[in-house]
Design a protein around this ligand. Sequence first.
Ligand code: NAP
Length: 196
Amino acid sequence: MRVLVVGATGTIGKAVADVLAERGDDVVRASRRGDHAVDIADPASIRALFAKVGWVDAVVSCGGSAKMGALETLTDADFAASIANKLMGQVNLVRFGVAHVRDEGAFLLTAGIFSQRPPAGVPAAAMVNGALESFARAASKDLPRRIRLVTVSPPLIHETAVAMGLPSNGALSARDNAQRYADLLHGDQTGQVVYT
Ligand SMILES: NC(=O)c1ccc[n+]([C@@H]2O[C@H](COP(=O)([O-])OP(=O)(O)OC[C@H]3O[C@@H](n4cnc5c(N)ncnc54)[C@H](OP(=O)(O)O)[C@@H]3O)[C@@H](O)[C@H]2O)c1
């Protein structure tokens, strides 16, 4: 499969891109500063990426960000940025990418466990994650040519926990998380939210 991985330099995305490449997929790596530059917060940048990359069998999105912070500290700009980046960035990867994905291809988007088990201080991120879950359930029913759409919701990843000085015992490694993305990509699920 030819797979476009967006966010391929990140903790989750690099492991996904590496595992897919090891499994024999032809991986096209994209991010703001990658070989294939894209800023998913900018719709024109996403359109330009697909025009450059051409046909793919799948798009795996592990990019985008949402603002952390307690409800009373988050500004209008923080909410708008979270929606424009992690939410609409990934929604637009599907909207603009569908014309470039082959029959029976797939989209995997990345949300996160804050939608289901939020600590204090994450309402913007949790809101975006919940919206991505609902988007997959609904939009999967509208996709043509048996193209699949799954939203993946990882837990706190081991490497991230270590980097943030948080308890990491028993946390899922980026590589084990990536194996689950790869299994999903080569499976037949659609419309689901998959908690890795
Ligand atoms: N790590 C965790 O524990 C965890 C758990 C649950 C959910 N998540 C979610 O998973 C996603 C990836 O997390 P991560 O830990 O891998 O993050 P990360 O290490 O910060 O990597 C983010 C990746 O996305 C790219 N990126 C960021 N903004 C972008 C944009 N506007 N357009 C295009 N590419 C962009 C970055 O590369 P450039 O800087 O080159 O653009 C990088 O490749 C995030 O949405 C995060 O909320 C993470």
